[in-house]
Ligand binder design. Sequence first.
Ligand code: ZN
Length: 292
Amino acid sequence: MIIQRPRPADGPGIALFVLVLMPELPEVEVTRRSFADRIAGAVIRELRLGKPLRWPLGVNAQTVAGQRIQAVRRRGKYLLLDLDSGLLLLHLGMSGSLNFAPHQPAAGPHDHMDLLTDRGTLRLHDPRRFGAVVWAPSEYSPQAQKLLGHLGVEPLNGGFEAAAFHAALRQRTAPIKQVLLAGDIVVGVGNIYASEALFLAGIRPTIRASKISRPRAWRLHEAIIAVLSRAVEQGGSSLRDFVSAEGKTGYFQLEAAVYGRAGQPCRVCATPIRSIVQGQRTTFYCPTCQKH
Ligand SMILES: [Zn+2]
């Protein structure tokens, strides 16, 4: 579960609720780190699925029983559990969270997957059920590529290069914020992080991606890496587990430069932060620091 804090600046209705709750790449990476080492090497005893999730498993759940979990990797917002044969792809959707513990209490109404192993149970809690647990014979099979094939490069593993990023932006005439959110150039720059990275780079979210000059594209490249790395280091922006364990609320709730701060003074120049809606998502920016 994740912090539930409505923000008036995001506008009314359920959409803002989702926007605040949705796990982005840093949350998924923090989740991966929370159990990857402990579950690697464990043998699956049983896969129990509850109510239908976004997609069906794609195979009889008994197929994975007896298999060893080799490793837990991340690609975009998917977690990949490599098994002796094939892999499980897990997605947290809009409200999902994973918890791995030696002993879990009885499954509640929103617990839709229990992966029982000889070391503990990995549980998916997902009230809105946009999450997914999908089996695929390999990462390169059609079943897996349907989910992973369109993903852009990973921003944090060294494969994200400034020159290639600039070249890709030059091909796009859509506003830069929406190009980042699409995730097919670089993955993981969700709504919060796109607003923050564009502020850090001094780029107006509405400018056409193709109009961004080379030095500004390089600055944005650096800003994306900085914002996402910082969020991972700080434990993701909105994991409740992190909050309760550390006794403080998520990083961006406290220190966002622009996200969720409409009407409040810019931390650099004191101009009131503006919010606009782009592609049904709220964007925040400083009209002075991000002139064009
Ligand atoms: Zn400013």
